[in-house]
Design a protein around this ligand. Sequence first.
Ligand code: FMN
Length: 348
Amino acid sequence: MGFLYRKFIRQLLFNLNPELVHDAVIKTARAAQRVEFVNSLVRLMARAKDIPLVVAGIRFRNPVGLAAGFDKNCEAARFLAGLGFGFLELGTVTLRPQPGNPKPRLFRLREDHAIINRMGFNNAGAWEAAKSLERLLPLPVPVGISLGKNADCSMDEAPKNYLETLKVMYGYGDYFAVNISSPNTLQLRSLHGGAKLKRLVEPMLDFASGQKKRKPFFVKIAPDLEDGDLEAAAALAVELGFGLIATNTTVSRAAVPAYWQTYEGGLSGKPLRELSNSILAKTAGLVKGRVPLMGSGGISDGPTALEKLKLGADLVQIYSGLVYEGPFLVKEILEYLDRHHWHPHPSH
Ligand SMILES: Cc1cc2nc3c(=O)[nH]c(=O)nc-3n(C[C@H](O)[C@H](O)[C@H](O)COP(=O)(O)O)c2cc1C
């Protein structure tokens, strides 16, 4: 199945504008998920043996999830769950709708199996996302909701903006990912600093503690962090009890040809793998199993997924790999993990 995608379908899709293809995929998935026969067929084709595990108190059917940014408006979740993912991270959702950056803002680096994006949190806003999930829930897999900041909201106002978004979305997610690591929202990454991060996350954790069900949080970090900021984020995670997702896209162009130097945005896919893995390994060394970790960045097959699990990730996420290897990548990874007798860490 993966072979067919790589040999024929990818060629076809890669002749078209990347954002147009992405929008068409989401629209098709949204329509297809309303037809039970299609859902069943997709499930059948993508079926792999479950590798059940519990992380952050949530039961997952396997450790391979969809990374944030693929389904920004939470509208195709039922179809995506059918592809065999262990969980879906939807969003990034901002409180108010916003158009994102001017187009073109999504580029394929075909030779490098990579993507540069500067989408800038284009999304329909939290109320629309909630409305959409209202129709789709319950889903067969846990759902994480990625929370971001509106571009027109000042850094001082950021904690309030995130908290308001959380309040709208709280009923719809099994966990929440606080996205402070997109390079495409001005100064967003400055939220990594220890004091700033505490001011951002603590009110959200307090809110969750006051709810009937206290749901877990993850903070998604950048691969371009200085050691000091990484140490501060890890220490705060342990102190306040949230997990970490390592990593988002990189602003570095060191691993791709100089031609791409002038393309602003976040780089993902194969050239991100090493950098992302080194941050994951450092993070794992700092938190020492005291909080859960997810690995994201450059997974393209079974070995690159297993590598992150061995470096200390409890769960992994994929995005660019889906574009280059196709939707059956999840099944390929799960079969590889099964063949290599991978077993989850003791649960957090
Ligand atoms: C087009 C595109 C849009 C993305 N949007 C988001 C986003 O909205 N929120 C987020 O946390 N990460 C976003 N990401 C980052 C991915 O979730 C993932 O962390 C990153 O691409 C590294 O994984 P990969 O190498 O498997 O793609 C986006 C990535 C791409 C390629």
